[in-house]
Design a protein around this ligand. Structure first.
Ligand SMILES: Cc1cc2nc3c(=O)[nH]c(=O)nc-3n(C[C@H](O)[C@H](O)[C@H](O)COP(=O)(O)OP(=O)(O)OC[C@H]3O[C@@H](n4cnc5c(N)ncnc54)[C@H](O)[C@@H]3O)c2cc1C
Length: 416
């Protein structure tokens, strides 16, 4: 039985691998290159980095499945990752991230902040991000650490941001805490090599899918940019569903331009144990990561960084040149008193980085996706296609669930 999967990100590749192993004939259609959001930035100097740090976060007890799958293709090293936040912008003033109660002492108005905390209801259920944060930390800490960062990251008013991820992503510990206490891992091999290994038994066609050719309740084939028609028994989408169905509506995603830079610099940006920093201030980027944690031996005095600039496709930030991003970073470092020179710098534009956690957009997604799922031979999974703010571990979980759904529907195991 044939299955055509659209998109070779972690969603398409992990499901492709599972279906191939289960005896299906799998074709993956990818318009760009294997890896999707997990594709590395490659420097001319021979080094590389993720397009923004990609760590495997999972709880060994409950979510081991992602580790089991990835371990078939790479070794995974356990890491303790630490982050800092720089609410006043200066690298000489790192605060804990997750924001801790100890951070309060760094402010002149610490007494006022403590009073607000005493009055705040604490961790409560709330539909919207702003309400959730205000309840937990009070107005002053919210303003300094969360509000502006959230506006910059999402490009939307935090009072409209909704979701079931608040609890998972946000904590307010007493003191400095590692970024993900339940377990964080990083592969010894590159993500693109791991994903390429997963799909070694599948046929990969490099072409962009443009639309569907349907026959009543079923999809007969997908059409591609080069004019091909790919027929199949089953189809799996890991891409924006509005590309596939007949609709006037467009789905909005928060996009990102990621600058990767290999630098020579007079000093490290962060304290020795800190891997990345958040910038809830006027800088146009949200986060800088130092890739010292990756299994590459980076010479002393050299640093590999990514700098994340959130934006919407077509806006000012999205449209800027590679040179602009490089000089923005160098100007920032200069302002911070760090002398730096670029060995190589490259940008990666990610149009579908984040589904927007806003009710109107989620409802729009449901209308569009409803049209796609009305066909009986299609499945979908992944962050872009399900419009959910999910991580690699969740996507791998979805891949196993989709495998189960497909095998139950088609019972191919018995015949192959
Ligand atoms: C800045 C950032 C940091 C992150 N950090 C982490 C982290 O630390 N840990 C973690 O677990 N998760 C992290 N994530 C989330 C993780 O990267 C994503 O959830 C995951 O990579 C999404 O995989 P996917 O396969 O669903 O989508 P994608 O990776 O986007 O794959 C979709 C693929 O479809 C292809 N495609 C699109 N349109 C077409 C078309 N018309 N025809 C054919 N192919 C098409 C694309 O080229 C792409 O290759 C991060 C995300 C971002 C943006």
């Amino acid at each position: 039985m044939d299955v055509t999967i659209i998109g070779a990100g972690v969603a398409g590749c992990s499901l492709g691998h599972l279906l191939d192993e289960a005896g299906y004939d799998v074709t993956i259609v990818e318009k760009d290159a294997i890896g999707g959001l997990l594709r590395e930035i490659e420097f001319d100097s021979g080094y590389h980095c993720d397009s923004a740090p990609h760590l495997l976060f999972y709880d060994e007890e409950e979510e081991a499945i992602v580790g089991e799958l990835f371990s078939q293709f790479t070794d995974l090293d356990a890491h303790e990752f630490y982050a800092a936040t720089y609410p006043r912008g200066g690298l000489e003033d790192p605060h804990h991230y997750p924001v801790s109660k100890q951070n309060i002492d760094r402010w002149d108005d610490a007494d006022q902040i403590r009073e607000e905390l005493a009055e705040a209801p604490g961790k409560t259920d709330a539909e919207f991000f702003e309400e959730y944060m205000l309840n937990q930390v009070g107005p002053t800490l919210y303003e300094r650490y969360n509000k502006h960062y959230t506006e910059k990251h999402w490009g939307i008013d935090p009072a409209r941001i909704t979701g079931d991820w608040f609890d998972f992503k946000i904590s307010f510990p007493e003191e400095e805490q590692e970024f993900f206490g339940d377990g964080a891992y990083y592969p010894t091999d590159k993500y693109t090599e791991i994903l390429s290994g997963m799909v070694s038994g599948c046929e990969v066609v490099f072409d962009g899918v443009t639309d569907l050719n349907t026959d009543g309740d079923t999809i007969a084939s997908v059409r591609t940019e080069s004019g091909e028609e790919l027929t199949s028994d089953l189809f799996v989408s890991t891409i924006d569903p509005s590309i596939l169905v007949d609709t006037e509506e467009e789905l909005n995603y928060r996009s990102m331009v990621i600058l990767g830079a290999h630098l020579e610099a007079s000093e490290r940006l962060f304290p020795e144990h800190v891997d990345w920093g958040y910038f809830p201030n006027h800088y146009e980027f949200t986060r800088i990561t130092d890739y010292e944690f990756t299994p590459q031996s980076i010479p002393g005095g050299e640093y590999i960084l990514t700098v994340e600039f959130p934006c919407f496709v077509g806006d000012d930030v999205w449209s800027r040149s590679e040179e602009w991003f490089e000089s923005y970073l160098l100007d920032f470092l200069d302002e911070q008193g760090i002398e730096a020179e670029t060995i190589d710098a490259k940008i990666r534009r990610a149009p579908h980085a984040y589904p927007l956690p806003v009710n109107e957009e989620i409802e729009k997604f449901e209308r569009i996706n409803g049209k796609l799922s009305s066909y009986e031979n299609v499945f979908n999974l992944g962050r872009v296609s399900t419009y959910e703010y999910i991580w690699i571990k969740d996507i791998v979980q979805q891949a196993y669930e989709t495998l189960e759904e497909i095998t139950t529907t088609t019972d191919v195991r018995a015949t192959d």
